[in-house]
Design a protein around this ligand. Structure first.
Ligand SMILES: [Zn+2]
Length: 465
């Protein structure tokens, strides 16, 4: 499946991508910003073994002490322990003693075009730099933070599909990138022309044609935005076309009505948790239960840190982490200065006092109904820095939502891979799958924040850290 996706993408003819590339060359920031993307060189893969650490394999199985993982090429060859699996002499041993070894993390809701600016809307004046500067910088930061797979859910098609190809070919360091391209959106009649993370649709025929165009260009899934403004025909044209091509559809589930509309047409994966109601009303709960019973599974990426939810007070305090130089790696000075000025001027909305209670209640309702929660941070939105969004949201799941850390890790690995149909090849440390592996100091089952600083990052058998 993965191979087939990759071949499709590499064979795509993208005239728009070349046009954007040409524009990018003229841009002053690009020539400065692309400077050090190539410096993170993956080490050449020869057979090696990770020896001694505690293994959490991503399936939810109990941890295994003194683990041994043999890696050959881009795959995990065998998994055992120091007693059951002696390391053959041709394998280079790498000690993971004192560490926890786990699958590379997944983040199913990212926006790689942004660079930490608290006002994403203002960022589109740098659109000519997305392909050469900001997307590669965010991708590299996420990989070095231990995130080996991401799904980008709204970006200009030419830029995001071009970077996806360059990451897949090994030219750029970054997570395996699943990309929707621009979100299909119905604009309000009086709305100005949308920025390039949206692809506006006019009617059902146009919706069908644009869904096809995105899939032809290499979209791994389709994202719907402003579904409430679409007609029933437009919504079902999109989903029918995507499903006919074996691609899933993600839609916003921020309001109760968006959830109703999405369930009515068979959306695969809802994004965000809304606080427009104190809890999901009985009709939505009943529809969710019915859908879970009949299938296909409903996935939900709640992005609990973003959108003025559980991180809002912390973000409003303008924490020191906003000054972390690692959060600006790969960006030229003028862009960094602009992001920091953005934070100086940032005036957050006052969060509602009942936000945390509503998020907890709705998460409990979703779990109770059998919805599969998967992990996504909304990286790129205010306070969700590429370098830090993933571990910080994992911390919220454990510390604020009270979830079992083992379950959170599964949501961040195997369940996320499953949501993308990638689980035959990825998401767990099991022989035969891609060697997407990280090792962290200490025990994330005890202190989830150890995810912040991975000691080892391996993607497809290449060691990046
Ligand atoms: Zn988002």
């Amino acid at each position: 499946m993965l191979e087939c996706v990759r071949m499709q993408v590499s064979n795509v003819n993208l005239p728009h991508a070349r046009m954007a590339f040409g524009v990018g060359l003229l841009c002053v920031l690009c020539s400065v910003g692309a400077f050090d993307q190539g410096r993170v060189k993956a080490q050449v893969a020869k057979p090696f073994a990770l020896v001694g650490g505690m293994l959490i394999d991503g399936t939810g199985a109990p941890p295994v002490r003194d683990s041994v993982i043999l890696i050959r090429g881009d795959r995990i060859e065998r998994v055992g322990t120091v007693t059951s699996l002696p390391v053959p002499s041709e394998y280079e041993p790498i000690s993971t003693e004192g560490m926890t070894v786990l699958p590379g993390l997944w983040d199913l809701h990212v926006h790689l075009i942004y660079s930490g600016h608290p006002n994403p809307g203002a960022w589109f004046r740098h659109a000519a730099d997305f392909e050469r500067v900001t997307i590669p910088a965010s991708a590299r930061q996420m990989l070095m933070a231990g995130v080996t797979s991401v799904r980008d859910l709204a970006a200009p098609a030419d830029a995001i599909f071009a970077v996806k190809k360059r990451i897949a070919s090994g030219e750029l360091p970054g997570p395996t990138l699943y990309a929707a391209g621009p979100a299909l959106a119905k604009m309000a009649p009086d709305q100005p022309a949308p920025t390039s993370q949206f692809l506006p649709i006019l009617d059902a025929a146009d919706a069908r044609a644009k869904t096809r165009r995105l899939l032809d260009a290499g979209a791994d899934n389709i994202k719907i935005f402003f579904a409430e403004r679409m007609s029933a025909e437009e919504r079902s044209a999109i989903i029918t076309e995507a499903h006919a091509r074996g691609r899933k559809v993600a839609a916003h589930g921020q309001t109760d009505n968006e959830v109703r509309l999405g369930l009515a047409i068979g959306v695969d994966d809802f994004q965000h948790i809304g606080i427009d109601s104190a809890e999901y009303p009985p009709d939505i709960v009943a529809s969710l239960r019915q859908r879970v019973k009949t299938g296909p599974p409903v996935y939900w990426t709640p992005t609990v840190g973003a959108n003025n939810l559980l991180n809002s007070a912390y973000t409003a305090s303008k924490p020191e982490i906003l000054d972390d130089p690692e959060a600006y790696l790969g960006l030229p000075g003028p862009l960094v200065a602009e992001v920091k000025q953005g934070w100086d001027a940032y005036q957050p909305r006052q969060p509602r006092a009942d936000t945390e209670a509503i998020v907890k209640r709705k998460i409990a309702q979703l779990q109770d109904a059998g919805v599969v929660l998967v992990f996504g941070s909304d990286e790129g939105s205010a306070g969700e820095l590429a370098r830090h969004a993933t571990w910080m949201d994992a911390d919220l799941w454990v510390r604020v939502l009270g979830m079992d850390p083992m379950m959170v890790l599964r949501r961040m690995t195997l369940d996320a891979a499953r949501a993308m149909g990638a689980d035959p090849d990825s998401g767990a440390i099991v022989s035969g799958k891609y060697a997407d592996i990280i090792a962290v100091g200490g025990d994330p089952l005890r202190h989830i924040n150890v995810l912040r600083d991975p000691k080892l990052v391996i993607k497809h058998g290449r060691r990046y850290k």
